[in-house]
Design a protein. Structure first.
Length: 190
């Protein structure tokens, strides 16, 4: 057991080292590529880079779905999202203070605030879509179309509108099907 833990720990340290070494060149290369293609660097880093870094989870989820195990695939994606919205955001605030040597608030400019609102809106809408634990193909297509569409509108006001669209769709789902909210509180009791 100790040997297995040591090997797992060594792999963890190795993976962390590779990420630290590769992160900066990856981001710089991504931004340069975006500039060449006229893609807004903020959109690139906020939405496209995570697709690249999350490709292992996406591939695993797709493989589960192709093998008729969509629950395992969705579980993989949900756990990655929970990790991003809790551990990673919390770590950023702690590391910011640690790097300054004092407790500081993590500053967000207007654009970052709008992106957080958009991320929250997308998450709320997606959670309500999957709450009954049955995802129709049209629901997946709607999520995909809305996601792809908002990438073409880097303007802050357009992104705010997309956030309100997501919040509005979530509200409509709650009004039309109140059971969706109940599903959120009864999930996992089966």
């Amino acid at each position: 057991a100790l040997q297995r833990r040591s090997v797992a720990g060594a792999f963890l340290v190795y993976a962390a080292a590779i990420i630290l070494i590769a992160a900066e060149p990856f981001v710089e290369g991504l931004v340069e590529t975006g500039v060449e293609f006229g893609i807004d660097d903020f959109i690139l880093i906020q939405w496209i880079a995570p697709l690249a870094s999350e490709s292992p989870e996406i591939i695993v989820a797709v493989l589960f779905a192709l093998r008729s195990n969509p629950q395992a695939g969705l579980t993989t994606l949900i756990s990655a999202e929970v990790n991003q919205l809790t551990l990673l955001i919390g770590s950023m605030a702690v590391l910011f203070s640690a790097s300054a040597g004092q407790l500081l608030n993590f500053p967000l400019d207007d654009r970052q605030s709008i992106e957080f609102m958009l991320t929250t809106a997308v998450s709320a809408f997606a959670i309500l879509l999957i709450a009954p634990r049955l995802i129709h193909p049209w629901m997946g297509a709607l999520l995909l179309v809305l996601f792809a569409a908002h990438l073409f509108f880097p303007d802050a006001e357009a992104r705010r509108i997309f956030a309100f669209v997501y919040f509005g769709l979530a509200a409509v789902m709650v009004v039309v099907d109140r059971q969706r909210v109940l599903h959120l509180f009864t999930a996992g009791r089966d």
